[in-house]
Design a protein around this ligand. Structure first.
Ligand code: AHR
Length: 698
């Protein structure tokens, strides 16, 4: 029901977008031709500076992006705190003598993590124990080191220890050389159990690489043992941190040189109900005490039902800030505005300021009012930037980061709409600005980039002098090419634009058949020339969603796909990367041949100067099956060098995609070419996105 409502709603938005887009596109075509003639880059008439935040990242825990993805914990439901406490776990078949319970009351390890597993074996058996399946298996590498930790306590009987085994789980996708299901890949032991909770640590070194291993824990001897916070964590993490992130995925992000990192979403910010909303305070502090929450994407789509999808919060707000710092991106947290997802329950927090205001509570469990959400935002700013002597700054310092995280922007609400949003946004923004006048606020224009709700929100936010409006567009590839002029006539004095979520949908929004095709990626590249040409208005942009596990996704398309061991960037990833690594510092106006509109004859162009590198950068999209010779006049260029560089992403096949087997089928290629004057000739490949870097100054 929920999914249908969402799909229906979204499809009508898309139809409206496509209709409007078609009209706009035809008008552009009627106004001139750009097949030949000179493109003038007005190097001597520079425009706005390019914001450092211009091209960034949108992260949301959807598609197993966090647990099972960027956060490399291998044990699913390590603390037995999910609603069904044994998700991910099963007693070993044949262990007839094993009795198991999930217990919550008898001296748990902490008040928040108060469920644990009790195993009792009447007789000793090598099969008396439990298996954990991981996140669609556990990816382990031969020669790698994996730290096993567990809180354990002995009960009645004579259990002398625990045997910990990594073993092959099934044979799907394991390759012809793979060992049979159940084969041992690595082992270790825990001994010296006592009657008190104690943390035990051991290291497992797998003898074979396996994408889908599982963890087996069995008892040595007969009797009772209690287990909690069972963890298997690779030592190889980003910066070798103990609670660190998966290296290949962070590397893909860092390689993009992103301007910002938006987190934690997305609809996950809102939750299906207010109780299921994202509460940042529950995601910081000791990892063992973070209590999991259902992931709102678990049963959103019937076509990708994922009831075992929870958020462990091992990747929490501290880790998001740290990741932003690691990859050189400005952190951009998006907070709940007191509204649950309007595609789901649309539950609202009352506006009244009466009620609980637990500014120092670890997590909000009482019925919240708007004031609760406002206080959460103020506390977050203190957590990110406050001195170590402040309540929340001290918590940041205790987690190992005494220096501030330098938070400059905060988002109020994800993809909200209607008067309910605006009446919550206003007091929210006022409270933040009163306490933190320099904090910049990102506000929402809703899920659609046009229509009455969008118009009403944009108008009101303009009156309220909002700083950034977050616009979302999920639409067919042609919408992106036809709307390249979207921002050409936007007011220059109003709020700046954050193109906070966008992606071309090859079939339809939320369709499981959407592909990360070259057609989608090249259309996004075309559209982005329009963002860049309007860099005085558009100051942030991010593709969405970012990550997807090939065996556990809910939403497609996505920028980066991975399995338990490998990952690859889609053509869309390379488009984003080509923009962000060639963002430049100053916009340069572009005049198309015959003063035609950008996009005429399916030629799309934008240009920037990179004042630091001393380059003029021209981005060109040729959405045509024919090669296209172009002539550029770099009007007023100074100090030109002789050797220019072309970075080219091209394919004759608009349906081409990358995959785990062919991760670089579509990837940028570089070539050098000679330039001798301010008139530069270059032939664009058919269906190509080309970045030219020409040494020269303005
Ligand atoms: O990117 C996927 C979802 O699309 C986001 O969570 C939401 O903001 C939008 O509707």
């Amino acid at each position: 029901m929920t999914s249908k409502r969402r799909l229906l709603n979204s499809q009508s938005i898309v139809s409206a977008m496509v209709f409007l887009g078609t009209v706009a596109g035809n008008t552009a075509l009627a106004q001139g031709t750009a097949a030949s003639g000179t493109i003038t880059v007005q190097v001597n008439k520079p425009g706005a500076p390019i914001a450092k935040t211009m091209y960034g990242l949108f992260f949301e825990d959807i598609n197993f992006a966090a647990d099972g993805g960027l956060y490399p914990e291998l044990v699913k439901n390590k603390s037995f705190e999910t609603d069904d406490h044994l998700i991910g776990w099963r007693a070993i078949r044949g262990a007839a003598a094993l009795e198991t319970y999930v217990v919550s009351s008898q001296n748990p390890i902490s008040a928040t993590n108060n469920h644990f597993l009790r195993m009792t074996a009447a007789t000793a058996s090598p099969e008396a124990g439990f298996l954990n399946e991981g996140f669609r298996g556990m990816g382990v590498k031969q020669g790698g080191e994996y730290t096993f930790t567990v809180y354990a306590r002995k009960g009645p009987g004579n259990v002398s220890g625990l045997n910990i085994t990594l073993e092959q789980q099934g044979t799907r996708g394991a390759g012809p050389e793979a060992p049979p299901s159940g084969a041992v890949l690595g082992q270790t032991k825990i001994t010296g159990l006592t009657g008190e909770w104690k943390k035990y640590t051991a290291v497992i070194k797998p003898t074979t690489t396996a994408p889908r291993a599982r963890l087996k824990i069995t008892m040595e001897g007969a009797g009772t043992v209690d287990l909690d916070v069972v963890s298997l964590f690779p030592k190889d993490t980003w910066k070798n941190r103990e609670n660190g992130l998966r290296t290949d995925l962070v590397q893909l992000l860092k390689d993009m040189q992103p301007g910002f990192l938006r987190f934690p979403g997305g609809c996950i910010v809102e939750g299906r109900t207010l109780k299921e909303r994202y509460q940042w305070k529950s995601t910081i502090g000791d990892v063992a005490s973070r209590v999991p929450l259902i992931n709102r994407w678990n049963t959103e789509f019937n076509h990708k039902f994922t009831p075992d999808y929870y958020q462990s919060f091992g990747l929490g707000f501290f880790e998001y800030f740290q990741l932003s710092e690691d990859i050189g991106a400005e952190p951009l947290p998006i907070l709940n505005v007191g509204m649950a997802c309007q595609f789901n329950s649309a539950e609202l927090a009352p506006l009244s300021a009466s009620g609980p205001n637990p500014s120092n509570a670890q997590a909000v469990t009482e019925e919240p009012t708007l004031q609760t959400f406002i206080q959460d935002a103020l506390d977050l700013i203190e957590f990110a930037n406050g001195p170590t002597s402040s309540t929340w700054g001290a918590k940041r310092a205790a987690m190992g980061h005494p220096a501030p995280f330098n938070l400059k922007k905060i988002g109020i609400g994800n993809e909200q709409w209607g008067p309910q949003y605006l009446e919550r946004y206003e007091p929210f923004a006022k409270a933040i600005k009163t306490k933190y006048p320099d904090m910049q606020i990102v506000s929402s224009a809703g899920p659609s980039p046009d229509g009455p709700l969008f118009e009403a929100a944009s108008k009101r936010l303009g009156v309220l002098k909002a700083e950034f409006i977050d616009e979302h567009y999920y639409a067919k590839p042609e919408w992106f090419r036809q709307n390249v002029g979207r921002y050409d006539n936007y007011p220059r004095t109003g709020p700046k634009i954050f193109a906070g979520e966008y992606a071309a949908q090859s079939v339809a929004i939320a369709s499981p058949d959407n592909k990360n095709s070259w057609d989608c990626a090249i259309s996004e590249a075309a559209f982005m020339t329009g963002l860049e040409r309007n860099a005085d208005v558009v100051q942030m942009a991010s593709y969405a969603p970012l990550f997807a596990h090939v065996d556990a996704w809910q939403w497609t398309p996505d920028m980066i796909w991975f399995d338990n061991l490998k990952s690859y960037g889609t053509p869309n990833y390379y488009v984003q990367k080509m923009y962000s690594t060639n963002a430049g510092t100053t916009m340069l106006p572009v005049q198309m041949p015959g003063n035609a509109k950008n996009g005429t004859d399916n030629l799309f162009v934008s240009s920037v100067a990179d004042d630091k590198a001393g380059d003029i950068i021209v981005k060109l999209v040729n959405y045509s099956t024919e090669a296209r010779p172009v002539k550029l006049n770099l009007a007023g260029v100074k100090n030109m060098g002789k050797t220019a560089k072309a970075i080219v992403l091209a394919s004759n096949d608009l349906q081409a995609v990358n995959s785990l087997n062919e991760p670089m089928k579509l990837a940028p290629k570089e070539e050098q070419f000679k330039v001798s004057s301010a008139t530069v000739s270059y032939t664009l490949a058919p269906n190509s996105f080309t970045v030219l870097r020409i040494p020269g100054k303005r």
